[in-house]
Design a protein around this ligand. Structure first.
Ligand SMILES: CC(C)(COP(=O)(O)OP(=O)(O)OC[C@H]1O[C@@H](n2cnc3c(N)ncnc32)[C@H](O)[C@@H]1OP(=O)(O)O)[C@@H](O)C(=O)NCCC(=O)NCCS
Length: 207
């Protein structure tokens, strides 16, 4: 069976996702194009969202991958394309205890990530390059975890958070939902929702 696959978005992260699919998917997968409304980028490989939804019916021979690195948009994408299949795209060769990993769908896990033991991951998360996740950590949905993040053991992360590149989340910390953690910041205390936290240790960003 031949399976067509499409990537949502056509920016930098979407191009990276395309690269990972080329390295990961078998020959039965055929690339259909990038789904985007940015007509400035229009090319043979770009399909407008409305045209895609009108012409490509959801079925087992069509799969989609998220190529957008913005938590709010990822949530909207899920709602808009909820009838379609979004498999996980997990780069081969990452170190993960798959026997105990509980993971939903639509996640993108890119090269050199490490997921140790008893980890729970929901849907539509991006876990990007060189991120480590420690034991018993739970991650909800629509989180974007930028490269080099170190998430310790027993951490709980809600939904739609942005974790800046190289951040450190210390053991046992709970991060609610809709938070932004600054690049290279260190979170050592739990955070509720809708906070932007920066620095070592991370403090609320006051503007
Ligand atoms: C934390 C963050 C979300 C804040 O973004 P923002 O609300 O647009 O804030 P601004 O860029 O306007 O910065 C506001 C202030 O916070 C400071 N600041 C921003 N990010 C910071 C960080 N990570 N650590 C320390 N200070 C930071 C800025 O220097 C600025 O200070 P100033 O007012 O004294 O000049 C953003 O800076 C960030 O770190 N995003 C993550 C980006 C990332 O990981 N990119 C990798 C993509 S692969």
């Amino acid at each position: 069976m031949s399976i067509s696959y499409y990537i949502i978005g056509s920016g930098g992260f979407a191009k990276e996702v395309f690269f990972y699919t080329q390295k990961t998917l078998g020959s039965e997968y055929k690339f259909g194009g990038f789904i985007d409304n940015n007509i400035a980028l229009k090319s043979g490989l770009l399909i407008e969202e409305s045209l895609f939804l009108e012409t490509i019916q959801p079925n087992d021979e069509v799969v989609l991958f998220n190529g957008i690195g913005n938590p709010e948009l990822i949530n909207k994408i899920h709602l808009k394309f909820k009838e379609y299949n979004f498999p996980n795209l997990i780069y081969p060769g990452i170190l993960a205890d798959y026997s105990n990993l509980k993971i939903g769908f639509g996640n993108i896990i890119t090269p050199n990530c490490i997921l140790t033991v008893d980890i729970v991951i929901g849907d539509f998360n991006i876990i990007n390059l060189n991120t480590t996740i420690g034991h018993d950590t739970q991650i909800g949905n629509y989180n974007v975890i930028n490269p080099g993040s170190n998430i310790s053991g027993n951490v709980t992360i809600g939904d739609s958070n942005l974790l800046g590149t190289n951040c450190a989340i210390l053991q046992g910390v709970s991060i609610g939902s809709y938070n932004k953690i600054g690049a290279s910041s260190m979170v050592n205390k739990s955070i509720l929702d809708h906070q932007t936290m920066v620095g070592i240790p991370a403090k609320p960003l006051l503007k």
